[in-house]
Design a protein around this ligand. Sequence first.
Ligand code: ADP
Length: 220
Amino acid sequence: MYILFLGPPGSGKGTYSRVASELMDIPILATGDMLRAEIEQNTELGKSAAKYVTSGELVPDDVMFGIIRNTLSREDMKNGVIFDGFPRTLAQAKMLDEILSNMNAKIDMVVELYSSDDEIIARLSNRRVCPKCGRIYHLINMPPKVDEICDDDGTKLIQRKDDKPETVRRRLKVYHKQTAPIIEYFKAKKDMFYFNISTGGPPKIGRNKMLKVFREHKII
Ligand code: ADP
């Protein structure tokens, strides 16, 4: 099964895709995490992506095409993938359709997550992530058991550089201009299941809504 999680920065794509991945036992392909790992390791790809990621702009499509082609050719991606953060432009959406069709596959489900811009700005200022395993926390709504320490591996949590309010505002602008239009592209498709959930409230409520839809459609 090939599933997309779409939504603005901070709408919960990382959190919800992890829940779905555990329940369905499908690997996640999170392009933001991949780019941050490349930047951390100071690879050639990381060096060329850094300026876009830190300023909240999109990494150019041709760079993303290379990453996606390489990753989808991996053996563990052959039976399904949960995409978090890809596609983000119409060209990326079309390119993904083409690669999957060459694999005799298609996107089976799109889950759109939405929140208001004000909720997102407030939420991202309290977001912390584990730099080792990628687990996401919220200091108030989803705090770790021990202050600023990852529950899973004891690593000190960090705040992403691009979670500063001015960069968040830039990311939201980029989302509304370049990414939001692809929602209509997917909604117009008749061969896949599309649904959306508001993730504005406490994480438990949105998560339960998602699980209810999955159960009703016999996805889990
Ligand atoms: P969020 O959805 O919270 O903004 P991500 O971790 O998905 O966070 O992405 C962080 C940054 O990585 C983006 O602002 C962008 O610079 C870059 N990025 C991630 N995925 C893509 C993509 N599919 N196309 C272009 N840039 C991307």
